[in-house]
Design a protein around this ligand. Sequence first.
Ligand code: HEC
Length: 99
Amino acid sequence: MKTIYKTTIITLSLFLMTVLFVACSSTKDKYTDASDDDFKIEKSGAQLWGETCNRCHLAPSPTDYNDTDWDTIALHMRVRANISKDDIEKIREFLKSAN
Ligand code: HEC
């Protein structure tokens, strides 16, 4: 009788541990499926201008140049500072909209 009691306890414990193990595992993929891109915060042209164009010299004010000049300068600084196409487009749009 005593052996049966022990065996039952051990079997039940093993069963519970298995249930717990299965229940606590493999939920990661289901609930954290979002990639980093989903949480990427888009920066505005003004933000990028403030951060990027101040790195090497004081960021020029949008009113310092006209639209045509900004096109040329954007290309020049894109090459000079290795700025991504998306970022320079946003900065250029901002500079042209604020001059
Ligand atoms: C990697 C450093 C660096 C960064 C970042 C940078 N510049 Fe420049 N910039 C320069 C240097 C160096 C010059 C001097 C001209 C030259 O040698 O190319 C210059 C010159 C300029 C000039 C003078 C006119 C011209 O075209 O030469 C303007 C205007 C200018 N930068 C605007 C900007 C703007 C707007 C940004 C942000 C998009 C920016 N810069 C980011 C390095 C930088």
